[in-house]
Ligand binder design. Sequence first.
Ligand code: GDP
Ligand code: ZN
Length: 348
Amino acid sequence: MTINLIKYGLTTAVQADLTKENGQILGRIIGQHRDWYQVITTAGERSAQVTGKLAYEAASPAAFPAVGDWVCLSSSADNQAQIEAIAPRQSVLARGAVNRQDGQIIATNINTIFICMSLNADFNVRRLERYLTIAWDSGALPVIVLTKADLATKLRAVADVSVGVPTIACSAETGQGLDELQPYLTTGQTVAFVGSSGVGKSTLINRLLGQDILATKSIRTDDDKGRHTTTSRQLIPLPTGACVIDTPGMRELQIFMGDLNQTFAEIAALATQCKFNDCTHTSEPGCAVRAAVEVGTVTSERLQSYQKLQREMSYQGLNSRQLEQAKIQRMFGGKQAMKRVKQRYHRD
Ligand code: GDP
Ligand code: ZN
């Protein structure tokens, strides 16, 4: 069996960037598991682990492979595939700062991130802004996808925050607007879909795949799991020539976007009694939250998961006014750069 890696996004640029040593072969990470990686190569799928050297020299989680990475593989004596090196990344979608210990890579080498919002209940401009920030920071180009266009229209509110970002209204139900996604789905392109649960990402991806590969909400509740081709792959080729990345981390992105104070209402209430307004409940004096942990009204596990989420959220912890002000500067580095970015959308 020979696999054509072009289906998995291989471009001449990738090949030029990667120096393979003798006997090494090229592969792309299509699945990440607890202690092994699924890698697609011209010879088919391989399971692989990172070499001891790579693990030893890794200074942060960012030094480990992630779904989307192009890698050099070698085989050890017991025929176990080993990941020797990672090609330079074109983009990195992460939660938290990737060079920090608590940073976490969700996927790499994504060309376009489709930010999905449904035109009915889910619609939320603040959330859209946060997704835009994450997308711009990743190095991928964001495209806003307003899903379920058959149900409603709220296009004007989106135009206010989406300065220069292409916006597509579509419906997986009627097929309306789907052709507008096609320019981003050509050979060599890698895309991802982010957005709240229930906005229709899986339905849309299935529609693009031409098969029900991903389980969608309505079908899950029917408990009709058998209909779905189970796939452990997190990077899937589309018939259009592009490939789509759908990792568990991509799904979780919506959780950490959620309102922390709602999920941890009791901690939020206690925090108002902390001595310091910006108390992180780690080592500050007069911390009401840690006092509650000491007397046992809040478990330390609960505080830990709160702090973990808080760290992740501090990444997009700008308040909405700061976001407004910093928007063009941060996204584009000024008006000139914004023009250039807009031109990038129109290149072929
Ligand atoms: P996900 O959580 O973002 O992957 O959302 P799903 O793809 O599971 O869809 C959630 C629900 O929305 C399902 O009941 C879908 O049938 C429904 N849905 C998805 N796309 C559309 C659409 O274009 N129009 C309408 N009316 N419903 C949709
Ligand atoms: Zn505190």
